[in-house]
Structures are given as C-alpha cells and as structure tokens.
Design a binder for this molecule. Structure first.
Ligand code: PEP
Ligand code: MG
Length: 576
C-alpha cells in the first residue's frame, strides 16, 4: 500500500528508485572497539597528545581547503566556513585544557570538545543552529580520523545506483562525497531547508526532502519510493499510477531544462511581448562567476552581510568600494543591487547586534540596526556612490534597504542618504544610484503606496514576508513549513506592493526564494511583479517559464490564486 509522508521541500526535483536505508552511526562520535583498546594501552604524555592534536588540525585544514576547490562554489563557501570553525580559539582552547588539565588523550579531548560544542547548538532548539551542530560533528569526525580513531559511519560510498537514500541526517562532507550517479533522491528524518546539507543538495541537483520525523526510519517494509523535492513529500511503495505520473513529470522536467539552457541567452519575453528582466541573488563573488553563462540580466540582490562577518569591525569605505566595483564588473554593465547590511535576526554580528534579544527576528535588525548606527549606513552608501563613479553611465546601481517597517524609518534613511550624496559632491559622472526599500514586513507591504512615493524601486523579500505574515519562524523546523510564500495572504501583499509600484511607474522586483520557483513565475507576473531575482542555477528555467506564458493567462492565474484558501490549493492550481 502506498503511503505519503509530508516533510519540508529542501531541493527541487523528482527522485524515484529503490530505498537505501542508511543506519550509520548518524551524528554520534562513537569509538570503534579497536580505538578503545588502543586508547587503554597508550602511554600518556600531555605534550605529545597536544602536538598530535595540532598536527591533526593542520591536516584537516588542508583537507577542507582541497574539498572546497574540488566541487563547486557552494561547497567552497561551506568548507571555508568549516575551516573557520576549526580555527576557532574556543575549540583549540578546550582541547588544550582537556589534555593538560584533565589528563585526557588527544582523541578523548577532541571528542569531548566537539560533542560539547555540538550540544550547545542543538539545545538552542532552532533549526538554523541545529544545522551548525551538524557542521561541528562533521569537523570532529575529520579530526578523529586523523588522530587514528575513525568514526564508523556506514558505507555511503557503496550506495547502489539509482537509490533513494533514507537516513536520519547527513553531514556536508557526506553529501559532498556521495557517488553522484547513485543518488536518485534523498529523504532525511531530520534537518531543514537552511542546513548546509540542503544547500549542497540544491547545488548538486539532488532532489531532497527533510524534516520527515524519525518514525520514518522504522518504515522498513517499503522497497520503492518517490522523493518529491517540490512539495516535500516522500511516497513509499508508490502505486503504478503514481509512478507513471511522476515519470511523466521527470521527463517533462528534463526536456524543459534542456530547452531552458539552450535558450538561456535569449531575453525572457512573454508570448504577448512583455519583457521581464531576470536577475540573480548573490552573496560572494563566487556566486556571480557564472553570471554570463546563466543568461541573467544582472544582480537583483547582493547580500552584503558576508563583508561584515568574521572580523572585529565593519569594512572601510575603500574596502567596500573595491568589492562593489568587482561585483559591478561581473555584471557587464547591467544591474547591480546592493542590499545595505541586514544584520540581526538569523544573521548576528559579533560587534554589532544585541545578544540579549529574546526574539531577534522581531528585534533590532536590518534598517533598525543601521539607523541606530548611522555611520555604518552612511559609509556603506558612500562606498556604493564611489564604486558607481567608476562605472559606465548606462549602468544602473540600486541600494536596497532591508526590513523597513515604517514610513519614518524610510524617511530617516532617505534623509541620511541624500545628505551623504550631497556631501559626496553631485558631479555624478558614473552609474546612477537608486534607492528603494525591501518589502519584507507586513506593515511595509500595507504602506507600499506611501513607500513607493519615496523610492526609485521596490523589491519584495518573500522569505521574511511569509514568516512575518504567517507568524512562523523560518528557522524553526516545527513551523518553517508554514512560512510558505505561496500562501494567499502573502500573495495579497505581493499584489498590493506591485500595484503601488505601478502607480508610481517604478520597477518592482521579487527576490525571495519564491522567485526561483519556475511554476510560480506566471503567477508572479500576473500579480504585477515586473522583475525577478533568483538563485543563479534557476535563471534559465525562470526565463523559459516566462517565455511560455502570456499576460491574460498570468492575470487569470493570479486572480484564482488570490481566491485560494491555502498554499496547498495555490500549489495545486500551479500544477494544473
Ligand atoms: C527575503 O527575506 O526574502 C530576502 C530576500 O532576504 P533574506 O532571505 O536575506 O532575509
Ligand atoms: Mg529578508
């Protein structure tokens, strides 16, 4: 009998195949018996143990560096972050104390430290931090392997071809080293769409559903399964009808991708002649390396948090200017949208954000934080203006303000930025710099008409908008599924915002994850969104989806979606 289990969609695509239930030692760090015996026999010398640890740490660092360059830029970012965790003084200090003061061996000290660090994150009961615990365990396993105590993790390298891998959770290293041809799809009992494992799955093209609950691991009767990475469903023992339906969808998906890639450089024009620019979202310069190949029209969202992280103070104006100029050059004189620092919430910054906030998503984040540190906002805008001066006049640069929630905030920010512009001298010889809010708080969407009157463009951040509209923390796996941007309540605010932009003849882009959903592209067009900004790999498919629609159909779809009662109903409508 077929049975469907609902999890969270974490990487798109359909996977069909035989189930491979992986019962590795999961995220534990249990010793093998031989390690326990050799530990008992080894003579103890703290200095030797300490040197063994330092040596293992150096080898892990080298290995992580190689891992980063061997796969893709997403893996490079993740393993660069692992190198940072490895170099963290807390880790090294606590191993040193455990060896020198508690008399532990290098193996035992490392294991204790890693488990303690992982536990701190796990106890925060927050999906984002639980994902970080997996990263720490991953590093711990590498250290222990070099210390001569390899952790038994099962035999993922022997995964049979075309498998649906069903397991509790995977570390980034495990997913990065899976034999690609063997994986038809992945189903995880734990984890969330924001964990590094999910991010890697998306970059590697593995369909993945997560957060299915551990009871799924007891489902040993099923032989075959379907992973639906669009809806987040795992279907066990599918019926012949289900198999046929998903097979047809797989074929359609493959044909559509091939066509989209072939036509990536053609503009995205609807059947009745409306051009819709499609930009990409970026964090680092690696993200834009393939901008030219993707056929995208520029950068619609550059998250600048990365520039401010892993340091003790903000980057200088000159440092920022050099980086923005480098990004601008990658766009080949097309659009560059720089988002002002969006710290706070799920993006804390050691030297800036408040540690004592009970609910940081509703606290001092985004523009609120910048207005309480106006010098940081002013410097960032100064750097943008300086960069713009070196660019071709036909290029457009946008400066986007995150988490605007009131008109007063927008007025204050505009006043400050206008002053910076005036102080910088108005001889604007380079690219035009435009200013606009990111609409991601319900109050901003409701006041979009007034905000549009003060802005050169609007952009809609559906990730935050959905979590605030539906009161569902996007990083808490228990409710993250509810923060669904396809919910009609969110779509109403998208329409309202788009309408306001239209009244003022200014562009309105959408840069939340929803923009990367090709099925939703006609709907967004129908709701009045004029531009999309999407993850780079999705750009060709989004352009293709726009080419296949017309405005009449798009408006009809939007009207029907706004009348739906739930996100599920909207999804069914889009599939129909
Ligand atoms: C959003 O909230 O939709 C958005 C684009 O910003 P971020 O995901 O960086 O919060
Ligand atoms: Mg946001």
């Amino acid at each position: 009998m077929s049975a469907a289990y609902q999890g969270l969609p974490a990487a798109p695509g359909i996977g069909m195949g035989a189930i491979y239930l992986h019962r590795g030692r999961e995220l534990e760090l249990e010793y093998s018996t031989s390690t326990v015996i050799s530990l008992a026999r080894a003579p103890f010398n703290p200095q030797t143990e300490w040197e063994r640890f330092l040596h293992a740490k150096k080898l892990v660092d080298q290995q992580l560096m190689e891992m980063g360059t061997s796969l893709n830029h997403v893996a490079a970012d993740i393993f660069a972050m692992h190198r940072l965790i490895l170099s963290d003084v807390t880790l090294t200090d606590s191993v040193r104390i455990a060896i020198h003061e508690e008399g532990r061996s290098a193996i035992s000290a490392t294991r204790r430290t890693i488990l303690d660090m992982a536990q701190v994150f796990q106890e925060l009961d927050d999906a984002y931090f639980a994902g970080r615990a997996t990263d720490i365990i991953d590093i711990g396993r590498r250290l222990l392997t070099f210390l001569g105590a390899p952790i038994e993790t099962g035999r993922l390298s022997e995964l049979p071809p075309g498998s649906i891998l069903l397991t509790e959770d995977l570390t980034p290293s495990e997913i990065a080293t899976l034999p690609v041809a063997a994986v038809a799809g992945i189903a995880l009992a734990r984890s969330t769409p924001t964990a590094h494992t999910s991010i890697l799955a998306r970059s590697l093209g593995f369909p993945l559903v997560c957060g299915l609950g551990t009871a799924i691991l007891e489902e040993s009767r099923a032989q075959q399964a379907i992973v639906d990475g669009y809806s987040g469903q795992l279907i066990l023992s599918p019926s012949p009808e289900q198999l046929a339906r998903y097979q047809a969808q797989q074929i359609r998906d493959a044909d559509r991708s091939a066509e989209a890639v072939r036509r990536a450089h053609e503009p995205a024009v609807t059947l009745d002649g409306l051009k819709m620019p499609v930009y990409i979202n970026a964090n680092t310069t690696d993200d834009v390396a393939a901008l030219g190949e993707s056929g995208a029209d520029g950068i619609g969202l550059l998250r600048t948090e990365y520039l401010f992280q892993n340091r003790n103070e903000p980057p200088t104006v000159d440092e920022q200017c050099a980086i923005y100029t480098a990004f601008a050059r990658q766009t080949d004189n097309r659009l560059l949208t720089i988002r002002a620092l969006d710290a706070g919430g799920d993006k804390p910054l050691e030297y800036l954000t408040h540690r004592d906030e009970y609910n940081p998503f509703l606290g001092v984040r985004g523009l609120r934080l910048l207005l309480s540190h106006p010098a940081i906002l002013a410097d960032q805008f100064r750097a943008v203006l300086l960069a713009a001066q070196t660019l071709a006049p036909e290029m457009e640069v946008r400066f986007m303000l995150p988490m605007v929630s009131t008109l007063t905030e927008m007025e204050q920010a505009r006043k400050l930025l206008d002053q910076v512009r005036a102080d910088a001298g108005t001889a604007q010889t380079g690219a035009r710099v435009r200013i606009g809010p990111l609409i991601e708080v319900p109050s901003a969407a409701l006041m979009a008409q007034q905000l549009a009157g003060m802005a050169d463009f609007l952009s809609i951040g559906t990730n935050d908008l959905a979590q605030y509209v539906l009161a569902s923390d996007r990083t808490n796996s228990r409710v993250a599924g509810m923060a669904d941007a396809l919910h009609p309540s969110v779509l109403q605010l998208v329409e309202r915002t788009a309408h306001a932009a239209k009244n003022f003849y200014i562009p309105v882009s959408l840069c939340g994850e929803l923009g990367g959903n090709a099925q939703a592209a006609p709907l967004l067009l129908g709701l009045g969104v004029s531009e999309l900004s999407v993850p780079l790999p999705a750009a060709p498919l989004i352009k293709q989806a726009i080419r296949e629609t017309d405005l009449f159909h798009a408006h009809q779809l939007a009207e029907s979606a706004l009348r739906c009662r739930s996100a599920e109903e909207v999804r069914t409508l889009l599939e129909g």
